[in-house]
Design a protein. Structure first.
Length: 150
């Protein structure tokens, strides 16, 4: 009887080995996909941070144009028209150094006159868009700042 039982079970080890190989290959494939998506998300995070820094540079450039250190009358209409171009944004590509290659910014400005406590108060709204292009990746971040004229 043991010989009969042994003949009925021949080949079951091969089926079990194939099943285990199949399960292990599916787990390996899932792990590889997970690692790949993690690498992509890290890349997007890095390029997003670079785009945010480019947008911040645009805000700083516009703020330095609007509030220069050596200016005496920064609220005159001629100065505002020159320093705060509402229709023509300032665009620049950043130099290819310090990790900011293929990054650029576009910054625009809007003049807002508000009535606060029966007094006219002038605000500047600075909107800067930073972009970084690397191969198939393109990330962009927008920064908006409002500054009050003293």
């Amino acid at each position: 009887m043991p010989t009969n039982l042994f003949k009925k079970q021949q080949g079951s080890g091969i089926v079990l080995a194939i099943f285990l190989i199949l399960v292990m290959s599916l787990l390996a494939t899932a792990l590889i996909r997970q690692l790949s998506s993690t690498n992509e998300s890290v890349a997007v995070e890095v390029f997003g941070t670079r785009a945010l820094m480019a947008a911040n540079i645009g805000v700083e450039v516009m703020a330095s144009n609007l509030f220069p250190i050596d200016a005496t009358a920064t609220s005159s209409d001629d100065f505002v028209a020159q320093a705060c171009p509402a229709t023509n944004p300032i665009q620049a590509n950043l130099p290819a150094q310090q990790g900011m290659e293929n990054c650029s910014y576009s910054v625009s400005c809007a003049l807002l006159d508000e009535n606060v406590n029966n007094q006219s108060v002038r605000f500047y709204r600075i909107i800067s868009l930073g972009q970084c292009d690397v191969g198939d990746w393109q990330t962009s971040r927008t920064v908006q700042v409002e500054a009050k004229v003293l």
